[in-house]
Write a protein that binds this ligand. Structure first.
Ligand code: MN
Length: 551
């Protein structure tokens, strides 16, 4: 079962948010095999908040982006090893989990490095090649790898020592030991009194006695009272004792030391780069300093992509950040189709209607799914919002029919409800000019020219003179922030069905628009309500004409 996000565009208007909500409801009914989550990638405007509140519905959750992160590739439920654990425990854990590496922590839970089959191999190679190896012993680890019991616990907790076996005639054994020069060995021996006493008197760090018992030792009358080392009684024969003893080495001695870590929230590409540059085979992953798993080089072989359905837009640049790398499964939209590129086939539903919800209502009918009253009210509100109460020239017969049918079905007087929707917004004079400009803002590319158009709806133009200068200032700020060549704000009076236009940049092009301009630099656009259908084509045409006149 996968998670599929349904999102509208950035700077979402009501249709964008309602369409995501409504379509997630429909998808849940037609496909129970996946989880459909409606999201929004921006703040809700006043109208959106008001409608969801009035209908007592929870609006889609805010989702910052759909970027692939470490949390999407990490291996969880990874056993943690301690620095003092015997190498045998690490080998067993690598074998049991099948993981390529495991993280190692010290007694204070601080991350110290990783161990993998590579470090284990290095250990074996080092002991195989060259002179007699010296091992790092930790008395506490003896009982962890060797069945048996501690007979005497010595003073020294950890020490380096070569292993010697007392299996030759006494003189030959002493000879071998003396050849170790200043190194004192850990001696593995049966109950041979002369050798044991030799070890005691020479202060060997530890003795491992095989094939004997406490009673036998006492019967032999060996005096350990002056001995400072440890004596361990192994239940195994000497060969097995030696084999396992080597793997009692604390893993801190052989790990790949590192303090580099990753956070779950780190972006996939950054994490991949961090790992590659570290030269390490893997890194531990933390979430708020809490260890949650590991990533290895294998974690980054294939980027998992989040699954996405776009509603009310079709360009990844207008979509939730990360959409470019996501797997887009469907697009439902009523805007012009721009640069649509996909890595795989997907469902595309576009129709030249006034609102995405008009298309989604059609889909409900196609699938034969009953529309709940709440959903009907949302769709009705979305169509009224996008078509400005069916007045916008983008309105089609389908939108009108949908409004009539949804209003009848849900028992709503759409004119009353629509007027309430549009009067819910604050007055322009009371609003932050930057929010007015960027609240409902769209960017466009026309060849090498990038420009943006914001739109705001008002009930009246009266008192507007006072807000023009601050709005012009805000236009300049947003234009610079977004590195645009030109920027405009369409102020639409939904009562008189007219608009005003103010702008910054692209003067030559904007001034050739077929509208009357006032001395204050404000265009009058009588009868113009639609940015998409009425204003945008004029601007694109003006750009084209300016270009061809230059040639
Ligand atoms: Mn729309």
């Amino acid at each position: 079962m996968g998670t599929i996000y349904i999102t509208g565009h950035r700077n979402p208007d009501f249709d964008s948010i309602a369409s995501a909500y409504v379509y997630s409801h429909l998808k849940r009914h037609v496909d129970s095999g996946n989880q459909y989550v409606a999201v929004r990638c921006g703040n809700m405007n006043t109208q959106t908040r008001m409608i969801f509140e009035k209908l007592n519905l929870n609006p889609p959750i805010y989702l910052k982006d759909v970027k692939t992160r470490v949390s999407n590739v990490l291996t969880r439920d990874v056993p943690r090893l301690g620095c003092t654990d015997p190498l045998q425990a690490a080998i067993a854990a690598l074998d049991e989990t099948g993981l390529s590496l495991l993280p190692v922590f010290d007694a204070n839970e601080e991350y110290k490095g990783t161990i993998s089959s590579v470090e284990v191999s290095h250990f074996l190679i080092r002991e195989t090649i060259g002179a007699r190896p010296s091992y790092h012993f930790r008395i506490d680890n003896l009982s962890k790898v060797l069945p048996g019991k501690m007979f005497i616990r010595g003073r020294c907790e950890e020490f380096p020592a070569p292993i010697m076996i007392g299996a030759m005639p006494f003189e030959r054994d002493i000879q071998s030991i003396s050849e170790l020069k200043d190194q004192l060995p850990l001696l593995v021996v049966g109950l041979r009194k002369n050798l044991v006493e030799y070890a005691i008197s020479n202060d060997f760090p530890a003795l491992i006695l095989t094939g004997t018992s406490q009673e036998e030792i006492e019967e032999r009358g060996i005096d350990f009272s002056v001995y400072g080392g440890s004596v361990y009684l192994s239940d195994l024969d000497t060969a097995e004792t030696i084999r396992l003893l080597r793997f009692s080495t604390p893993i801190a001695e052989i790990i790949e030391k590192s303090s580099e870590t990753l956070d779950e929230s780190e972006e996939y590409d950054n994490a991949k780069k961090t790992l590659a540059e570290s030269g390490l085979r893997g890194l531990p992953v933390f979430n708020n300093r809490q260890f949650t798993g590991i990533v290895s080089r294998g974690s980054f072989l294939d980027r998992p992509r989040k699954k996405l359905i776009l509603v009310d837009h079709n360009e990844v640049d207008q979509s939730i950040p990360g959409a470019r790398d996501a797997e887009i499964l469907e697009i439902i939209d009523h805007h012009r189709v721009g640069s649509l590129m996909s890595q795989e086939p997907f469902s595309l539903y576009t129709r030249p209607v006034g609102c995405t919800c008009t298309i989604i209502r059609e889909l409900y009918r196609q699938y034969g799914i009953a529309i709940p009253i709440d959903i009907a009210k949302l769709m009705l509100s979305a169509i009224l919002s996008d078509t400005v109460l069916l007045k916008s020239p983008t309105t089609t017969a389908d939108d009108r029919n949908a409004v009539e049918a949804l209003a009848r079905y849900s028992g709503v007087n759409w004119q009353d409800w629509g007027n309430k929707m549009f009067s819910s917004g604050p007055r322009l004079v009371d609003m932050n000019p930057l929010e007015v400009v960027s609240g409902d803002f769209k960017s466009y590319d026309a060849g090498s020219i990038r420009f943006g158009i914001g739109q705001v709806e008002v009930q009246t133009f009266s008192g507007l003179e006072a807000v023009i200068p601050p709005l012009n200032k805000a236009l300049t700020t947003v234009k610079e922030d977004k590195a645009l060549d030109g920027i405009m704000l369409l102020i639409t009076n939904i009562t008189s069905e007219d608009s005003l236009l103010i702008f910054r940049g692209l003067e030559g092009i904007v001034e050739s628009l077929p509208y009357e301009i006032t001395p204050a630099g404000v265009f009058n656009l009588p009868g113009i309500l639609s940015r998409k259908k009425q204003l945008l084509p004029e601007i694109l045409r003006a750009i084209d004409e300016t270009r061809s006149s230059r040639i």
